[in-house]
Design a binder for this molecule. Structure first.
Ligand code: FUC
Length: 776
């Protein structure tokens, strides 16, 4: 079968420099570091980030206690809360926070590193200005004409070389007169040292004495380096070409409880020197081969066009009648989510935070931290299905680093073994509670985080990973619940108490989401225990599972209940729809296996409406895709464009919050391919506006890579590449299957709407509707 190797991805582009960081900046990054390009002609601003540059933590001047009482514990407060809820059935979040919340200090904020400014001399009118981000290369650029000369700048953040690279060129010799300077915020000490063509800045944050270092090196062809006026500047005159290299690091190490590592200056120095020894083209090629290996794995073609419009115009005109231009925006947005994940989450650094890696403030919204009552989890939804498994590694490293402080929280706050955390965390092992009534209590956060760990195994079938990485974190998250669950005297089930449906309603016993998360954790851990032969633990889990309240109830207006009692208000349009966890990201509710619950989920979702903040809409795309309603999923996507997307396509909560980008990218993938129930569903929720198209390179659970082509809204061809030998299970919409190499039809077993067939590792299988005559 032949499918297009890469369908077109148009660039993101503007016809003017950015004025507003959040709305117009173009982000580049390599996971650990990021930059936002403004692209001004005479004064370019490149805002810089290093992901571990945070105030707060153990050395904060404010004091810091990880969110747990340094002496003693909160067992009495917990018992009192449980008692009140047991007696009165509920408790207000304010009253619960009064008892169990904690005023915190030294939580910290993710910081901007500072800015690199380029003063670029030039005379005359500027024309043909273009500032773009090419997702196929991960290279941003600015081009324009001035005084009869064509100028070009390229910007990328290299993962293999760990440097920001900015290259300036012109089509005539000796035209580049540039002053490059570093501007560092004043909430830290700073010592600049200029040596030849390099500039180093070092210092420490005032709040916590976290050390940082940055180094800028300038290389040039032609021209002459001048002695600049200030120590913060490098000055070059009459060059043909200029390359700027920058890297940054801090003295942070992800190690509880000190979180301090080596002095960052030698590292930054050697990284920049190594990059400076390579020609620009080599740096660019090394970046391309790293970036494109990941990015080019998935191509999506739904009939997009080579749009002339700027990205901002595409967005503004969305839904106004030009369907082909709309599809262009949709595919661009899908691929932009993949781009953002590659750029903000790579092995060796922290995971993507609320803003990925991009932040221009020292007091950003929600500290630009890691919220774990939806946001961090959502960031990783596209990782596996859109074939970017490697980008999820920082999440596992982060989870691992939370286990030790999380044990203290489990013990001191709930008197339980294992580990947990609550609403939010920082880079300093914050695993305790804050005092914000409407959100502070979410002890299921660790359980929820570990589902991504198990999903990695389900996608890759990597048993070594399961044994060595995933299972230890999952098992301890489970131990926590074995201790923390209590018996509901009303019906004898095991329940979570106190329990809180994120940011909605009162504290009660056994809110649906709490129970569904714990149920899924037990199920995943049991599956893992069986695979790994941990039979004693498996036996314990089976006993607990049988007593656990499932959190799945249908209420009086046909809705899926958000709480154990039938309290749902059909008029509530709250942004959280947490009680549908079992539908997505969970796997307990599905149209095929639990149709009544799926119907109830639909009723709840209809009542909540298609609006909400950025991430809320993104989640709804996934819900509707899981409910096999592609048109509705697409409608919510279009709402997200209309209400919650900035001109540079960043998701707008508001303010900018990156989870919505990642959630929507995952949602689009869910429309085309699902595998959460254990069988692969091809085109389970194809929207009618994408009547013809193809997708290549998506991943399904079971170590399978999937290509699909369709016409008139129906599959015409698909191809599955099996990574392992074994059995594959496919939702049966009337297919025949053949080996790609021999063309021989394979023997299949069909039952209850699924087809099962045997595969061999490395072999490709072709699928086509029975109604079609022959394989190609
Ligand atoms: C959760 C959400 C909020 C916001 C915050 C960062 O608490 O409920 O809407 O996204 O995270």
């Amino acid at each position: 079968m032949t499918l297009p190797a890469t369908a077109d991805v148009v660039p993101l582009w503007f016809d003017s420099p950015a004025v507003d960081w959040e709305r117009e900046g173009l982000p580049i990054g390599n996971g650990a570091m990021g930059a936002v390009i403004f692209g001004g002609v005479e004064r370019d601003r490149i805002q810089l980030n290093e992901k571990s540059l945070w105030t707060g933590g153990p050395d904060s001047k404010q004091g810091y206690d990880f969110g747990v009482p340094p002496n003693g514990n909160q067992h009495k407060a917990l018992a009192k809360t449980q008692k009140i809820i047991a007696e009165q059935g509920r408790m207000t979040p304010e009253a619960a926070a009064e008892l169990m919340g904690r005023d915190i200090k030294g939580y910290g904020n993710y910081q901007t590193f500072g800015d690199l400014y380029l003063e670029v001399a030039g005379e005359g009118e500027v024309s043909a200005y273009r500032r773009e981000l090419d997702l196929t290369t991960g290279v941003a650029s600015v081009s324009y004409r001035q005084g009869g000369i064509s100028y070009r700048r390229e910007y990328f953040y290299s993962y293999p070389d760990q440097v920001l690279v900015v290259q300036l060129s012109a089509d005539q010799a000796a035209q580049l007169n540039i002053n490059a300077s570093l501007d560092i915020p004043d909430n830290r000490s700073q010592r600049f040292v200029r040596q030849g063509s390099s500039l180093t800045v070092q210092g420490a944050l005032n709040d916590n004495q976290l050390t940082y270092a940055g180094k800028l090196t300038l290389r040039h062809k032609g021209g002459k380096l001048q002695v600049a006026d200030a120590d913060t500047e490098l000055h070059i005159l009459a060059a043909d070409e200029v390359t700027l290299l920058f890297s940054a690091a801090t003295g942070y190490a992800p190690k509880y409880p000190s979180y301090r590592g080596a002095n960052p200056e030698p590292r930054v120095n050697s990284v920049v020197n190594a990059a400076a020894a390579q020609p620009y083209q080599q740096l660019r090629e090394r970046h391309l081969s790293d970036y494109q290996t990941l990015f080019s794995r998935v191509a999506l073609d739904v009939g997009q066009i080579e749009a002339e419009d700027t990205t901002a115009q595409l967005l503004a005109n969305y839904g106004q009648g030009n369907a082909a231009a709309d599809r262009t925006l949709e595919t661009l947005y899908f691929q932009f989510g993949r781009y953002l994940l590659i750029s903000s989450s790579r092995a060796g650094s922290l995971p993507a935070n609320l803003q990925g890696v991009w932040n221009h403030s020292n007091t950003p919204p929600w500290n630009a931290d890691y919220h774990v009552n939806i946001n961090l989890q959502m960031n990783y939804w596209p990782a596996m299905v859109t074939n970017l498994a490697e980008t999820s590694e920082p999440l596992y490293a982060f989870i691992d680093s939370l286990i030790e402080p999380g044990r203290v929280s489990a013990q001191k706050l709930l008197g339980a073994r294992g580990w947990t955390l609550f609403l939010n965390t920082n880079i300093w092992g914050f695993t305790g509670v804050i005092a914000w009534p409407t959100a502070f209590w979410q002890p299921e956060a660790a359980a929820w985080l570990t589902r991504q760990y198990f999903d990695y195994y389900r996608f890759t079938q990597d048993e070594v990973f399961l044994r060595e990485r995933a299972y230890p974190a999952m098992k301890e998250a489970t131990l926590f619940w074995l201790d923390a669950l209590v018996t509901d005297p009303r019906d004898g089930t095991l329940v979570v108490s106190p329990s809180f449906s994120p940011e909605h309603g009162d504290f009660t016993v056994a809110a649906a989401m709490s129970q569904q998360i714990v149920a899924e954790l037990l199920r995943n851990t049991l599956e893992a225990a069986n695979i790994l032969g941990d039979t004693a633990f498996a036996k314990q889990l089976i006993v607990v599972q049988a007593k656990l309240d499932s959190g799945l109830r249908i209420g009086h207006w046909g809705q899926l209940q958000e709480w154990k009692a039938d309290l749902d208000d059909p008029d509530s349009q709250h942004r959280h729809v947490s009680h549908l966890y079992a539908l997505h990201p969970g796997r307990t509710i599905s149209v095929a296996d639990t149709p009544a619950l799926a119907q109830a989920a639909k009723v709840s979702l209809n009542a909540r409406g298609d609006g909400g903040t950025g991430w809320s809409q993104a989640w709804k795309i996934n819900f509707w895709a899981r409910l096999a309603d592609g048109d509705r999923a697409h409608k919510v996507l279009s709402e997200q464009f209309k209400r919650s997307t900035l001109p540079n396509l960043w998701d707008n909560h508001p303010p900018f919050q990156i989870d919505g980008n990642f959630g929507a990218t995952a949602g689009i993938a869910e429309m085309l391919l699902q595998s959460h129930t254990g069988s692969i569903a091809l085109l389970p929720a194809l929207p009618s506006v994408w009547s013809k198209g193809s997708v290549t390179g998506l991943r399904a659970r079971g170590d399978v890579t999937v290509d699909i082509a369709w016409q008139d809204g129906k599959l015409i061809r698909a191809s599955l590449l099996a990574g392992r030998s074994g059995e594959l299970v496919l939702r049966d919409y009337g297919y025949k299957i053949a080996e790609a190499d021999t063309g021989r039809e394979v023997t299949t077993r069909s039952k209850d709407g699924i087809i099962v067939f045997s595969t061999k590792a490395g072999k490709r299988y072709h699928i086509m509707p029975k109604a079609l005559a022959a394989f190609e």
